[in-house]
Write a protein that binds this ligand. Structure first.
Ligand SMILES: Nc1ncnc2c1ncn2[C@@H]1O[C@H](COP(=O)(O)OP(=O)(O)OP(=O)(O)O)[C@@H](O)[C@H]1O
Ligand SMILES: [Mg+2]
Length: 157
């Protein structure tokens, strides 16, 4: 299992900035490869890291749900290909962007496939840094599973 650090908490408290600095610090310390995860639907961790986003997992899931799987390709192969396309590689770390959350309707099949592939993917990295969107849900629901360190941003009342 990788060592996982997640950022959560109030809006504008510096989650994304700290995530970016942490990733750069871990690279400098040779704790590589690191998987950087942008789990904020308002994607911007890439900007702090100076990268362009290729695709998002949300798009892959959407396409799979709509059945836009090219002929002759199983859903398994399709989602694995889309996942590979959504990974941006850089020196010492890779970035993966979650994108928009699911809309209405049933995403169970797509989600199951995604989770299986993500489980396999994270096994390749000793460190994961996950930037979340503003809100306390990540803390109360612990959506960010298996987190070793949770950094939470708060504002003084
Ligand atoms: N330590 C700091 N001192 C001063 N300004 C900072 C500091 N950390 C971040 N900022 C600035 O505060 C703003 C918000 O930072 P950032 O985007 O990292 O917050 P966030 O918690 O990720 O926000 P959001 O909830 O919108 O995702 C940015 O303009 C950033 O440059
Ligand atoms: Mg942010």
């Amino acid at each position: 299992m990788p060592f996982s650090i997640a950022l959560a908490g109030k809006g504008g408290t510096g989650k994304t900035t700290v995530a970016g600095l942490l990733i750069k610090y871990l690279v400098k310390m040779n704790k590589t490869p690191i998987l950087a995860v942008d789990a904020d639907s308002n994607v911007n961790l890439n900007e702090v890291l100076g990268l362009k986003v290729a695709d998002t997992l949300g798009n892959a899931r959407e396409e799979m749900k709509k059945g836009v799987v090219p002929g002759g390709m199983t859903k398994d192969v399709f989602i694995s290909m889309k996942l590979q396309q959504a990974i941006v590689e850089d020196d010492g770390f890779d970035l993966i962007v979650m994108g928009q959350p699911e809309g209405s309707g049933c995403y169970c099949a797509a989600n199951t496939l995604l989770i299986n592939f993500l489980d396999k993917l994270v096994g390749n990295y000793p460190y994961i840094v996950m930037d979340n969107e503003a809100g306390m849900e990540h803390i109360s629901r612990l959506t960010t599973n298996n987190v070793d360190i949770l950094l939470a941003g708060f504002r003084r009342p």
